[in-house]
Design a protein around this ligand. Structure first.
Ligand code: PLP
Length: 449
């Protein structure tokens, strides 16, 4: 953008250097906007939608954003004090306690080992807020973060454009599975000249829907633990668990890696998650940061003191930026999570609906010529990703444009180093429309190559 209006108005020069350079590329919003107007089937939006009758007890046939009945029903029942006051900067204590208990509930067999090590969750404005806050505190401008080449495009706004960090990308896949060697090599590069590196992993992954098979998940954990211990350098490993639980394939790992990693002075896992997708409440704007403290830290300092000092730093971030997070959402979630089994059972309905769409997609995948549009392995999440293959491949934006114009199917193209293809958000596409999407992809492959 050239900021003509701001310049003409005389406002541009009032901005800081950072303010002058701040620019959100139209990217995904361009495709969302076009899909709204041009698509009959909209595969651009990262929010699960379905018929109200499939998910709410009194739902009709209208398509809605999926919601958990136990959360939906609580909203009219809240008292004034549960809605209107400020919340504490680090989060409402009842919610923090409930989210920690939820984390341990999901950890299952390893909850006993984790309980003494896991911090109280820090409440932040969504997982986006979690990523920003953690990186602001743990990385300086110019430092690099290790991330997969196939990643959520908004990370780059946070790391590079907002925080002035560098990206150290690694190839996500080799032979149809996670490229552990490439990941460790990138960590090694990020360690050059220092003793600390920061990396981020995201399973189920946006944009590919990849979740490691159970055996691969074990290898990843073992591989990272051995590698860091041997190097004697520290890796701060951020786990973006935005889509935790949304896994549709029996062989894939549905647990967050956080539950099985043993924190050490060389490996500090930080779990970033939240209400957004896990409790299907996108507009709640409540995310959480939970740190796995290494026993070595707790041997040297009191856990309560560490919590207090780190808490002070996170509180500073809150006070100096967003003050505190949504009170109503924290209260509702805390109440709903008093019965985690009910939350799990209700959410399973949404997961089953998405799994139905996933099964149809997988079954029909062979209709698409994989030498032209080749799907990355996908086992969960809200999306799948089709790589534009070969030298003759059209630009991803041209494929998305063709899908819209000829087939009225909305998708989001990605075009950058290590990523060239289109993302289909099947979370927002009814099962009966998946065959049409597959036909549109197969047709586009024939039309365009
Ligand atoms: N992380 C990933 C991988 C995502 O895909 C998204 C949303 O699309 C987010 C984080 C953002 O989560 P939130 O809405 O809680 O900020």
């Amino acid at each position: 953008m050239s900021w003509e209006a701001l310049k003409q108005a005389g406002a541009f020069d009032l901005l800081s250097d950072f303010g002058k350079s701040a620019e959100l590329q139209a990217g995904i919003f361009y495709w969302l906007g076009r899909a709204k107007n041009e698509a009959k089937i909209n595969g651009t939006i990262g929010a699960a939608k379905g018929k109200a009758s499939q998910i709410l007890p009194d739902g009709d046939d209208k398509t809605i954003t999926m919601a958990l009945p136990s959360i939906r029903s609580l909203i009219p029942s809240l008292g004034t004090e549960e809605i209107f006051p400020y919340s504490p900067s680090l989060g409402n204590p009842a919610f923090r306690k409930a989210w920690r208990a939820w984390l341990l509930h999901k950890a299952g067999a390893t909850s006993g080992r984790l309980d003494p090590l896991v911090s109280a969750p820090i409440v932040v404005p969504g997982i986006t807020g979690a990523i920003y806050t953690v990186l602001r505190l743990f990385c300086d401008p110019g430092e690099s973060i290790v991330v997969p080449d196939k990643r959520w495009e908004n990370y780059d706004n946070v790391y590079e454009k907002n925080l002035g960090m560098k990206v150290e990308p690694f190839r996500f896949f080799t032979g149809g599975d996670f490229d552990l060697e490439a990941f460790l090599a990138a960590v090694d590069r990020a360690w050059q000249g220092k003793n600390k590196a920061v990396a981020l992993l995201n399973f189920p992954n946006n944009p590919t829907g990849y979740c490691p098979p159970k055996t691969t998940a074990k290898e990843i954990i073992q591989g990272i633990q051995n590698f860091t211990a041997k190097a004697g350098k520290t890796l701060v490993l951020l786990l973006d668990d935005a889509y935790e639980g949304f896994v549709y394939n029996q062989d894939a790992e549905s647990r967050s890696l956080f539950y099985d990693i043993e924190p050490s002075e060389y490996l500090v896992p930080i779990k970033l998650d939240g209400i957004t997708k896990e409790l299907l409440w996108y507009g709640a704007r409540v995310g959480c940061i939970s740190i796995g403290y290494p026993q070595a830290w707790l041997d040297k300092a009191d856990k309560a003191d560490i919590e207090k000092e780190l808490g002070n730093k996170f509180e500073f971030m809150a006070r100096s930026m967003y003050s505190n997070c949504n009170t109503m959402a924290q209260n509702v979630a805390a109440k709903a999570l008093e019965n985690p089994e009910a939350v799990v059972a209700e959410r399973q309905k949404a997961i089953n609906i998405l799994a139905g769409r996933y099964d149809v997609f997988q079954e029909l995948l062979p209709k698409i010529d994989r030498n032209k549009l080749n799907a990355d392995p996908f086992q969960g999440g809200f999306f799948c990703f089709f790589n534009a293959m070969g030298d003759k491949a059209p630009k991803p934006a041209d494929i998305a444009d063709h899908l819209l114009k000829k087939y009225e199917v909305g998708t989001v193209p990605s075009d950058g180093p290590g990523i060239k293809g289109i993302r289909v958000a099947f979370c927002g596409i009814e099962e009966e429309n998946i065959p049409k999407v597959v036909d549109a992809l197969a047709g586009s492959a024939e039309d365009l190559w």
